[in-house]
Design a protein around this ligand. Structure first.
Ligand SMILES: Cc1ncc(COP(=O)(O)O)c(C=O)c1O
Length: 412
């Protein structure tokens, strides 16, 4: 075999994203990404589900989509129909649901269906990096609406919609993560959802509701989905099994009216999302989802407590945060002089990975000294040790937090 390099560079089309860096493994203390708690993956239940599903229907793998059509494995859509009714008050049937390869594929399909370069969309000022990156790549204008403890602020949304209208701009959608917001962890109350729907209808702008974390709520109580409250069909709802079961399965779903669903199906040219994963999820979830999720959230809640304790111990008042109502992230504010993009680099060199705020926000000055910490995947010991290392790095680089123990000694 020849080892001469072939030069692909002149063949690459303009507009490609920057090349990916080679995977170098996870940091020793990893607080990044939407990863879950390894101890909470229901491994034994999944093994039993694989066995049962394959014995019964394994021969179906001979046919694309298991001969259940491009919207996905029918029993999984049936499970979702019942689950969405019970948990989110959404009334739909299996034909309103499309299974996708993770809800990231749903984001892509919705964007491909609705967006062209130069369009405008409205998002929450702090939002999911995966959504922001996609919109940037598509050359779409992104308008960020500030949040408070109840999610997207409706006064700010009303102003933005009216300003855009005055400029002759009709945004393509309002993207929201209303039920355990990523990264801030809030849950939008029902009255605010109603106000959001009112504005959406008044301005003729559809709502794109991303309920990725909606299963992970500490007290298990949630308002109805915006989709469930809508009086017209202007809400596209997406969800995922990544956070409730396991992200590596890559199974998410879309609930959308046929008018949009049929457009998305025309763009979903991958010959079907992985069928084995769909079969296993249907087999496992029908009997076990309702008991698995509270066990998972109990474990996550304990990890959040460990993280908040570690931050209080190591950072003292230098780390400010609101305790999230669920999910897997804590959104933390450090003193103004801390640049979390720089902290990210320095911490990584010491084996701690964090998500710097500016990558999760449309407002670089607001997010400059903020960071997101995922508490689901590190162990309790890793959380404590990792936060101690992070505090040391932050003190070395930015002079905060001041060494609380020394202050005590000096006083004593
Ligand atoms: C808000 C939000 N939406 C969508 C996704 C994509 O999830 P997945 O493709 O694993 O379903 C994530 C992942 O972290 C997320 O945080």
């Amino acid at each position: 075999m020849t080892s001469t390099a072939f030069d692909f560079t002149p063949l690459l089309p303009a507009g490609l994203p920057a090349p990916a860096a080679k995977w170098t493994g996870l940091a020793k203390f990893s607080f990044v990404g939407g990863n879950n708690d390894p101890d909470q993956v229901p491994v034994n239940g999944l093994i039993a589900a694989v066995d049962a599903a394959l014995r019964r229907e394994g021969r179906g793998l001979a046919t694309y989509n298991l001969a259940h059509g491009p919207q996905g494995y029918h029993p999984l859509r049936e499970f979702l129909t019942a689950k969405l009714k019970r948990d989110a008050a959404i009334t739909c049937n299996a034909d309103d649901i499309m299974i996708v390869s993770g809800s990231l594929q749903a984001l892509d399909l919705v964007n491909q269906t609705l967006l062209a370069r130069g369009d405008t969309v409205i998002v929450e000022q702090e939002t999911y990096q995966g959504s922001l990156n996609r919109l940037t790549r598509l050359g779409v204008n992104v308008v960020g609406i500030p949040l408070d403890g109840d999610g997207m602020r409706m006064d700010a949304l009303a102003t933005a919609l009216s300003d855009l209208k005055a400029r002759g701009i009709r945004p393509k959608y309002i993207y929201t993560i209303p039920t355990v917001q990523n990264p801030t962890g809030s849950i939008m109350p029902e009255v605010r959802r109603a106000e959001l729907l009112r504005l959406s209808e008044a301005y003729g702008v559809p709502i794109f509701e991303d309920d990725c974390y909606a299963d992970l709520i500490w007290d298990g109580k949630r308002p109805p989905a915006i989709h469930a409250m809508a009086t017209n069909s202007g809400v596209i709802h997406i969800g995922s099994f990544s956070k409730s079961i396991a992200p590596a399965l890559r199974v998410g779903f879309v609930v959308a009216p046929w008018e949009i669903m049929s457009r998305m199906l025309a763009l979903k040219t991958d010959a079907g999302s992985g069928a084995l994963e769909q079969m296993v999820l249907a087999e496992f979830c029908a009997p076990h989802f309702a008991t698995h999720v509270p066990e998972l959230t109990r474990a996550l809640r304990k990890k959040l407590d460990t993280l908040m304790e570690a931050l209080n111990e190591q950072f003292g008042t230098a780390a400010e945060f609101e305790s999230p109502k669920g999910g897997i992230f804590l959104w933390v504010k450090l003193p103004d002089n801390v640049d979390t993009l720089k902290l990210y680099q320095a911490a990584l060199a010491s084996g701690v990975s964090i998500n710097p705020g500016p990558e999760w926000s449309t407002n670089s000055s607001h997010s400059r000294s903020r960071l997101r910490l995922c508490f689901a995947s590190p162990s309790h010991a890793q959380i404590r040790e990792g936060i101690a290392v992070l505090a040391d790095v932050c003190r070395r680089e930015f002079g905060v937090p001041v060494r609380i123990a020394n202050v005590e000694k000096a006083r004593g």
